[in-house]
Write a protein that binds this ligand. Structure first.
Ligand code: ZN
Length: 91
């Protein structure tokens, strides 16, 4: 999944760290090479995409839903969408 914000294209993918096997839903600029993404274990260069298909998220609907306004205020749009997607995936 991709989305555009402030002229930057972001990629939303399930990522896995080959060092510690942590999985998470990453939101990162499409231009950023995966080898430059840092895992929470502190290692850089071990992150790959799992290829997991993510359910479609209607971002517009999410943003307009009053229940999620606090999330967007608290974390900002990008992080809120990431957390929303993680929630949908049950992580
Ligand atoms: Zn790791």
């Amino acid at each position: 999944m991709r989305y555009i914000e402030n002229d930057t294209e972001y990629e939303v993918s399930e990522l896995i760290c080959l060092k510690c096997f942590n999985r998470w839903i990453g939101v990162y600029p499409s231009e950023l090479p995966l080898k430059d993404i840092e895992c929470k274990c502190g290692k850089v260069g071990y992150v790959i995409k799992t290829g997991q298909t993510l359910p479609d998220v209607d971002v517009k609907k999410f943003e307009q839903d009053p229940r999620y306004q606090n999330m967007i205020k608290m974390w900002g749009r990008k992080v809120a969408i990431e957390k929303y997607k993680s929630f949908i995936l049950g992580q």
